[in-house]
Design a protein around this ligand. Structure first.
Ligand code: GDP
Ligand code: MG
Length: 163
């Protein structure tokens, strides 16, 4: 059985874009409008010689904002069960939001190792978000650009000890 790597984070940070890049097929829908991807998607991923099962999470995008954190939490916790490592994606351009902080708190209570990915870090627009993300207490963020394929080698190095 392949090690399982789960991609989590609030809507619109680039989870499905990362999933598609890792899996190499358009298995997950990506759209400028949040709310396109539903449920969990599984795909066989390959990254510089590492093989694993990638899991894209979603399914809460259409929920009413009041209940969003609760439903996300239930989804995220269900998805974390059985995962070998979690990729927690933030949007480095948007900076840290209250929902990112809340997800980070859930992750602190989880047994699953977490790699913090600061996505949308191409160019300089992500620099302040990268710095802010240290405050999440999840270690050094790995800057990536899922859309442009940057940070792949650093992601590989971060994953290597866990899979
Ligand atoms: P999800 O809701 O977390 O699955 O996010 P998506 O993968 O659907 O992406 C949301 C939006 O962010 C889309 O418009 C993507 O094109 C965009 N996006 C994803 N990755 C990057 C990136 O590395 N850089 C930039 N600038 N935009 C990105
Ligand atoms: Mg998605």
């Amino acid at each position: 059985m392949l090690p399982q790597v789960i991609i989590i984070g609030r809507p619109n940070v680039g989870k499905s874009t990362l999933f598609n890049r890792l899996v190499g097929k358009k298995l997950a829908l990506v759209d400028d409008q949040p709310g396109v991807t539903r449920d969990r998607r599984f795909g066989d991923a390959h990254l510089l010689g590492l093989d694993f099962q990638a899991v894209d999470t979603a399914g809460w995008e259409d929920d009413d904002p009041q209940s969003l954190p609760g439903r996300m939490r239930a989804q995220t916790e269900a998805a974390l069960t059985g995962a070998d490592v979690a990729l927690f994606v933030i949007d480095a351009r948007a900076g840290i939001t209250p929902l990112d902080e809340e997800i980070a708190r859930w992750l602190h209570g989880s047994q699953v190792p977490v790699i913090l990915l600061a996505n949308k870090a191409e160019g300089r627009a992500g620099e302040s978000g990268i710095l802010e993300s240290y405050a999440l207490g999840l270690g050094d963020p790995v800057p990536i650009s899922a859309e442009h394929g940057e940070g792949v080698a650093d992601l590989f190095e971060a994953l290597l000890p866990h899979i």
